[in-house]
Design a protein around this ligand. Structure first.
Ligand code: GDP
Length: 528
């Protein structure tokens, strides 16, 4: 018999949503919360679009974007599961945090706009998922519109994202003629009734594509069309295989419309069944199973607090084993100190409240006054370090210039500390005194500028710099590494953590240098 603790862990489903902006992530999140009874009426989750950003105050920026700590993690019960949905910022607030959040989940829901198919942000996010072979559910959205040929979209997913598609539901009609979805596994029609977008919709089902009810609902022509289409789909796609899904090589595909609230529940019902419970996590010493009773967890994100009265930061921790209880002592393994955690925050039903207990798979927020960094491990005493929570190579770079040159020390300190929070990275070229800031999302530059002003009393400006991408350099042959360092010195830098990086002016330059130095490794991620 599994203990009560093991059963509780087995109930957890911790996931994030990946999508291109505007595919419908916010809308689907809202519907998931509706089904989880976490909100009463859909339409209450704040939108995130504000157009142009004012740079007046970064706190205000957060408010304008409607982003708050409470939407960072949403926990809700559904059927006999406890679901943890981790927000993966996507619009202006897209950043390295988005990537790193994907290291803290056990599975992912990919939302695709049925009219657009696979878009570039989704490709990038899939690359991150592939680092850990994360299992992926797919929801193809906006069936209430005239969308693209579905088989073509599946084809695109298979060829571009390199994952097999196993459609589980199939849409019946689209746009104004959208009638519902057909379940290919159970031969059931789920009937769409318009006008139920913000409530839990009626669950009308018809058993059998060839039944009298199906005929009455759809008419002879549509039924025949559907039968033909389903035959085609079955021939052109894969049958769902749980092992392949869990290995990250196959994705079950569902269709629907988040806005009109249809097909989401049909997907969610399978999600809570098939998506993995918390999985074991690797450390430098050993694998930690989620059912281990001793507590452990790692930090994957640090967010400055939005409350102007409390300038603290919240460090988000993924619990990997055991339970957090209020007031417990944890070992901060990087600095080797025990600390007492009296006031962690949790996120039940989207509310930030003091947490009494959180177990494997859950997320808690720790108040951080500067001692906690991304990637830090906390345990009940054992000296472990969780691995696989990397820095990702930035995609945008700017040179930082001081307005007052006498404040160089403060600037360096500020940039260094803000980099430790993980949303930006600092690079110091070996051949000059530039300070280069790198980020994955464009908004981070504004945030850094603002926080340097507020928290470090430093005014800085940005200048363009000819860096296109960065790679961390490794080479086991020390003689060759020295040789490389000499020859490539103009494009080498030391990052905020003291690691050697190659800052490439162009992609072509990077390819050339990789070809020229086959023994040197150029990594796109770096472990903490
Ligand atoms: P996000 O950027 O991925 O979070 O996307 P949102 O959820 O904010 O949706 C972007 C836009 O698409 C909004 O205007 C939504 O109302 C709209 N939208 C979302 N889902 C659907 C859908 O199923 N059908 C239609 N027609 N529009 C949708």
């Amino acid at each position: 018999m599994a203990s009560q603790f093991q059963q509780e862990v087995g109930r957890r489903r911790t996931f994030g949503i990946i999508s291109h902006p505007d595919a419908g992530k916010t809308t689907i999140t809202e519907k998931l919360l509706l089904f989880g009874n976490a909100i009463q009426l859909a339409g209450t989750v704040k939108g995130k679009k504000t157009g142009r950003m004012a740079t007046s105050d970064w706190m205000q920026m957060e408010q304008e974007r409607g982003i708050s700590i409470t939407t960072s993690v949403m926990q809700f019960p559904y059927r006999d599961r406890m679901v943890n949905l981790l927000d993966t910022p996507g619009h202006e607030d897209f950043s390295e945090d988005t990537y790193r959040t994907l290291t803290a989940v056990d599975s992912v829901l990919m939302v695709i706009d049925g009219a657009k198919g696979v878009e570039d942000r989704t490709i990038k996010l899939m690359d991150v998922c592939r680092l850990r072979d994360t299992p992926i559910f797919t929801f193809i959205n906006k069936m209430d519109r005239e969308v693209r040929d579905h088989i073509e979209v599946l084809d695109e997913i298979e060829t571009i994202l390199k994952i097999k598609c196993a459609p589980v539901t199939w849409p019946i009609g689209m746009g104004k003629a959208f009638k519902g979805v057909y379940n290919l596994v159970t031969d059931t029609i789920h009937v769409f009734k318009p006008g139920q977008a913000s409530i839990v919709p009626d669950d009308v089902q018809i058993q059998g594509i060839e039944s009298a009810e199906a005929l009455a609902l759809l008419g002879e022509e549509l039924v025949e069309e559907l039968i033909d289409e389903v035959e085609l789909v079955r021939g052109a796609s894969y049958e769902f295989d749980l092992d392949e899904y869990l290995a990250g090589t196959m994705t079950p595909v569902f269709f629907g419309t988040a806005l009109s609230n249809f097909g989401v529940r049909e997907m969610l019902n399978y999600f809570v069944e098939w998506a993995p419970a918390p999985i074991p996590r690797q450390t430098n010493e050993r694998e930690v199973p989620p059912t281990e009773e001793k507590f452990s967890g790692f930090i994957f994100k640090i967010q400055a607090n939005m409350d102007p009265k409390h300038r603290d930061r919240i460090a988000f921790m993924r619990v990997c084993s055991g339970a957090y209880t209020r007031g417990m002592k944890m070992k901060h393994t990087r600095i080797g100190k025990d600390i007492k955690i009296a006031d962690a925050v949790t996120f039940l039903a989207g509310d930030r409240s003091a947490v009494e207990e959180a177990i494997s798979g859950d997320i808690i927020g720790l108040h951080n006054h500067g001692t906690i960094q991304i990637g830090d491990t906390f345990t009940e005493g054992e000296n472990l370090q969780f691995t696989g929570i990397p820095h990702f190579a930035p995609e945008l770079f700017k040179r930082v210039r001081l307005k007052d040159p006498l404040k160089m020390k403060q600037l360096q300190k500020g940039l260094q500390q803000l980099s430790e929070e993980g949303a930006t990275q600092l690079f110091m070229p070996v051949n000059n005194n530039d300070l280069i800031l790198g980020a994955v999302g464009v908004l981070q530059f504004d945030v850094v500028q603002q926080r340097l002003r507020d928290e470090y009393k430093v005014e800085c400006i940005y200048e363009p710099v000819s860096v296109n991408t960065a790679r961390w350099v490794y080479c086991t042959d020390s003689k060759m590494l020295e040789d490389f360092k000499r020859k490539a010195a103009d494009n080498l830098a030391i990052d905020g953590g003291g690691y050697l990086t190659y800052i490439a002016p162009t992609r072509v330059n990077l390819s050339l240098i990789q070809e020229r130095w086959p023994e040197v490794e150029f990594r796109a991620t770096r472990e903490h």
